[in-house]
Design a protein around this ligand. Structure first.
Ligand code: KG4
Ligand code: ZN
Length: 383
């Protein structure tokens, strides 16, 4: 089974062609070709993603990414099996399905992916399926890189999805989402905790901006925090741990963001801080987020009796959060298996959309399209 997937929910344009096989052990995936282009540098001047600019960029980049992915997959030929004809038409596309993210995300950018995928489906005569972006994060995070069979080449990575013990608890943390999702049965999701306001990635990016770091500041803020941690530098201000003791799995980060703003203002602004002080403040912020996520994960694991815990989404790349969760689970939930996603697929990409589509296709759980696909900005994983 082979899927060509398209991802444009935010500021990453991704196209991937992935093949999957079901075997006695589970499902194995081979990434035949993947192309990914981040627009982050372009949006940095606005301090965040500018949706209409992102949409135009996706429209411009999608054909280029498609060609690159097909080329890597060795599916771009000029023979009678030719795919891209001089007039731009596509024939004989050797895939079983075309999959596209239809939500959640920014509606204008989702539409560029959907429109492109619809045209491709029409030209090639292949069926089109809509995939939930969060399901892509969740399923791809459960899959493991098959290091034995994977080639070093980026376009020949192999993943395996096997031995997943249910229920699975997923913590999905990205620029747009912070949610605890419980999967008791495959493809049946229940959101048991959510952010009441900002997503954790958004909080990282906003506090990073206060510290003068360019968008998306999450990874940079984390590097600065690491420096302070290594040197043992403590922050001049302590930040509140929002909702850490509330009796549920919800989180809130907008108060934390405001507290960070006031703490910096009390020091006369970020321009008055030395690099060491800024690093220590970044450390305090990252520690706060980690404290909250660890406490809420503890609660969610206790409440759900989950046997597998997985994290996904852009912030799942954060090494401090990964380590803190790992330590807590090893000490307090030794029977829970913690699956950490391979770093190259934590951020938005099309491989994860292909993997979700393939698992659904192989399990006969693809959604039956009753009407044309529509971009749904706030599409829930539980819908
Ligand atoms: O999943 P993703 O690529 O896009 C969305 O669906 O939002 O997540 C992007 C978010 C950004 O907010 C970015 O700053 C954050 O993930 N991020 C990080 C790290 N790497 C990416 N935040 C903290 N530490 C990191 N290492
Ligand atoms: Zn995402």
């Amino acid at each position: 089974m082979r899927v060509l997937a398209i991802e444009t929910s935010c500021d990453e344009t991704g196209v991937a062609i992935v093949e999957a096989q079901k075997n006695a052990n589970g499902i194995s995936f081979t990434v035949l070709g993947a192309a990914l282009l981040s627009q982050a540098a372009l949006h940095a001047q606005y301090g965040g993603v500018f949706p209409n600019l992102a949409k135009r960029e996706h429209e411009k980049n999608l054909p280029v990414m498609l060609e690159e992915a097909l080329q890597k997959a060795d599916m771009l030929t000029t023979s009678e099996h030719g795919l891209i004809l001089p007039n731009g038409r596509i024939t004989n596309l050797e895939v079983d399905y075309i999959a596209v993210t239809h939500g959640p995300g920014l509606e204008p950018t989702l539409w560029s992916g959907i429109n492109f995928a619809e045209n491709l489906a029409k030209e090639s005569g292949k069926p089109l399926v809509g995939i939930n972006h969060m399901e892509g994060h969740l399923i791809s995070s459960l899959a493991r890189l098959d290091t034995y069979n994977s080639h070093i080449l980026e376009n020949m990575r192999m993943f395996e999805l096997r031995d997943v013990k249910l229920p699975v608890l997923a913590l999905l943390i990205s620029g747009g989402h912070t949610e605890f999702v419980l999967m008791k049965k495959w493809f049946a999701y229940e959101v048991i905790g959510n952010t009441l306001d900002d997503a954790v990635g958004e909080a990282f990016d906003k506090v990073a901006r206060m510290l003068g770091l360019p968008y998306p500041g999450g990874p940079e803020l984390s590097r600065n925090a690491k420096r302070a941690r290594e040197k043992g530098h403590e922050s001049f201000a302590k930040l509140p741990r929002p909702m850490i003791t509330t009796n549920n799995c919800d989180v809130s980060f907008s108060g934390l963001k405001t507290a960070a703003l006031y703490a910096l203002r009390d020091k006369g602004g970020v321009q008055n801080l030395s690099q060491e002080e800024k690093d220590a403040f970044a450390r305090e912020f990252e520690d706060t987020v980690a404290d909250v996520l660890v406490a809420k994960t503890r609660r969610a694991l206790t409440e759900t009796y989950a046997e597998t815990f997985v994290i996904g989404g852009g912030v799942a790349a954060n090494s401090h959060i990964r380590e803190r969760l790992q330590t807590m689970i090893a000490e307090e939930f030794p029977n829970v298996e913690f699956r950490l996603p391979e770093l190259s697929i934590t951020g938005d990409n099309a491989i994860m959309i292909a993997q979700a589509a393939l698992v659904r296709a192989l399990e006969n759980k693809l959604p039956v399209p009753s009407e044309p696909l529509r971009a749904v900005g706030n599409l829930s994983i539980a819908s």
